[in-house]
Design a protein around this ligand. Sequence first.
Ligand SMILES: Nc1nc2c(ncn2[C@@H]2O[C@H](COP(=O)(O)OP(=O)(O)OP(=O)(O)O)[C@@H](O)[C@H]2O)c(=O)[nH]1
Ligand SMILES: [Mg+2]
Length: 574
Amino acid sequence: MAGALDKQRYLIQRIMREIEHLYFPRPDDDLDDEADPPLGLACIAKRFDASIHPVHTRCSALIIGNVSAGKSTFVNWYAGDHLQKTGVAIETNGVTVVTYGSTVNELKGESTVLLLPYLRALTEKYSGFLENLSCKTCPSDRMCMLDLIDSPGLADGDMQYPFDVMGVMGDLAEHVDIVLFLFDPIGQALGRRTLSLVDALFKKHPDKIRFCLSKCDAIPSEEERIKVICQTTQSLTSKISVRHGFDLMPIFVPGAKEGTYLHTHARKVERGDAGEDETRAERDAAFRGGTSTVNRIEDLCDDIRKCVERKVQDGLAALKKNTETLAKVLDGVVMQEKERQRKNAVRRGKILRLWLGVFALSVIFGFLGFASVALSVSSLEKNVGPGTSSGTAGGGGGASSGGSGKVQQQAWLESWRDSVVDLTEQMEEVVPLLAIAAACREKVPFHLHLLGGALLVVLALALLQSYCTRSLECLSRQEFLGLQERRVFVKTCEKQQRRLNKEYLLHCGPAALAGGGAPAEPVPAGPSASEFSHSAASPSPGRSPDPSADGRDRGGVRARRRGKRDEDPGEDFD
Ligand SMILES: Nc1nc2c(ncn2[C@@H]2O[C@H](COP(=O)(O)OP(=O)(O)OP(=O)(O)O)[C@@H](O)[C@H]2O)c(=O)[nH]1
Ligand SMILES: [Mg+2]
């Protein structure tokens, strides 16, 4: 049984780790990652403004209860280490998150927020919370996928808290997967504060809440135990509206009374050190610690384990939805890009045709102009005589050699010229720009005027063309390759999701029962303290306890990415 539990735990850890790395890959140390940062679904979603389902790859349990209800003892027992102070006096003042680490370590407020970014909003919202927040790490396998949040005991009267404890508990309950309410049968179990929190949280998250009557072994007789259970149930059900059967689990930490709870046989069983043939009845007997008192602490552990399982299923389902969403978004971007490129190509064609038309027209008009000038010169020379075309100086020669008709023609030409000159002078008076042009005309030869005019026309056409046919902004080739790489990555993630889902179902389904489940791989040691600081810097809300395996997975994805890019960079888009 313990072996099967271990197999299941290792498989879940591996799946969650792989899911996490698809969202938040960590840079490789051996690669120049500043130039080529690893791709992740989270950064792709951010880059393309796609809304994806939030990713939480770790399960978390919030433990709430009255003062001395045994919250810290339960956390220590579950994690298998003496992490939290315990005692009859008020011991816990702040909030402590117990999580996985390769060593037993303690982080204070700001480091805790770096490691668990979801707490940032709470530290900003509630003054005094950051100073009373800490994180403790321990190398227990059971904590690989789980964070236990220990809270200050709730008491009425003059009890002062360094922060708004009710507000913080309410907000933490939003984030966590399961909330355990522990009631101490000896102390003030159902105070006003505790009951109002029960009421508030049960209204919002009825499925997350578990009620436990802790320290049951401290009640001397079975009769009194039944009385306490009845009274507590009555008080609670009068406060909350219970839709289904109300369950108050009587629990106690075996060995807590004697202070030996970290060394009991039950702990060994829970850690998987006991033999495979250990039955549930034997384990129950171990949990009772040799007494006849009913202890449902294993049911509570089962509930926590189921939460972790649900996390995997939710993670796989969210991965499927998110990869589909991102694939759609990227396809849309590619389509838009292609549409822009097509429109630009059409516009370029139009521009080319326009310029070809302008060129052809200028050739035709140039040819026609040249021909008309040549014809008019030759006809003038024929009618008036040589030299006429070059100016009025030749007029005398023409008069002597031509007849009266030719003289009339020349006189008409001169009068026409005079009238044009008169008109130009009148216009120069009205439009000063023309006066400047006239001044220039005296100095600049006529053919340069023509050339300038032609250039002005061309410029005007070019401006008109650029205004009318402005091309749409497109991605550069590099950016387009990046887009393609992302799409390939999302496709790879889709395949990975299918593979992981299959592995998980194989493990849970009949094949697993027949011994065909996924092979159990021992999870290598978790991150060291320095690795924790590294993961703290990463944007991931969850962390992996196994960086070496991360490298393996990531290496595979990167090799595929690179291989794909080298093979055929435009396979999907061109
Ligand atoms: N008999 C018995 N005693 C327990 C059990 N759990 C805890 N205790 C004792 O109860 C006392 C209080 O335990 P803590 O774990 O410090 O309780 P707590 O809820 O964390 O208390 P605060 O942090 O002060 O609110 C300690 O002396 C424990 O040894 C249990 O299951 N059975
Ligand atoms: Mg405590």
